[in-house]
Unconditional design. Sequence first.
Length: 241
Amino acid sequence: MSAKGDGSKLRQTTATVLTNVAHISAPFLSVFLIVHLSAPALANVGGSSLSSTVMLLGREYYQTSFGERYFLFMPLAAHVTSSIAKRIINPRSASPRKITSTLSLAAYSTLLIFLPIHFYTHRVSPANPSSPIFAVGPSEMDYEFIKIGLARFPWRSWILYGGLVASVMLHAVEGAQIIQASRFASRKFHMRPRTRKIVAGAAVVPVLAGLWTLSKEPLMVFASLAERYEAAFARSWVYRI
């Protein structure tokens, strides 16, 4: 009984540590999302010119060697591994929530589907030095790249952007409710599931509306660069279907 009790106590302590890691890493990811998604949202106000300007300013936060490593990749790795580890060490009877919950479904769809495709298409593929991409540099990567994707691969781009933004926002709102309930329970603020979905939807709308605005703009890019953009998209199997 003593060994069993010690094992249970260790599991509980470990779960508490993992919960803290997941909660502490969340604000870093939230700041990244605000910075990253404000660019397409602001297209509603100033079009692709403003979006590109905001994106370039945002890169000073999350795409420097220091910022990307310590403000994005490390918090993301900590958030993902701690959440998965917590589910593994907890017995099924004490699982924090069902794998079919909105929080979990949004997390897994982001982690396993939308985020890898987005990262490969927008970071890895454009950096390919081979012909015909020739390593599109950061100074050449603005919202004309997004406009090319929306123009040349419309239904795939809308599904992938829409799915990514919706999944991330749902997970963020559901996660914020959990953190609030555990860290600030005394404030007695609670959103019902339907309300949380409405809040997430309200956050998604300006981002997708901004993308719609961008899709209606004429392309303002040299033909040679547009071909390199298209080749970068085409390297992903999703855009070759």
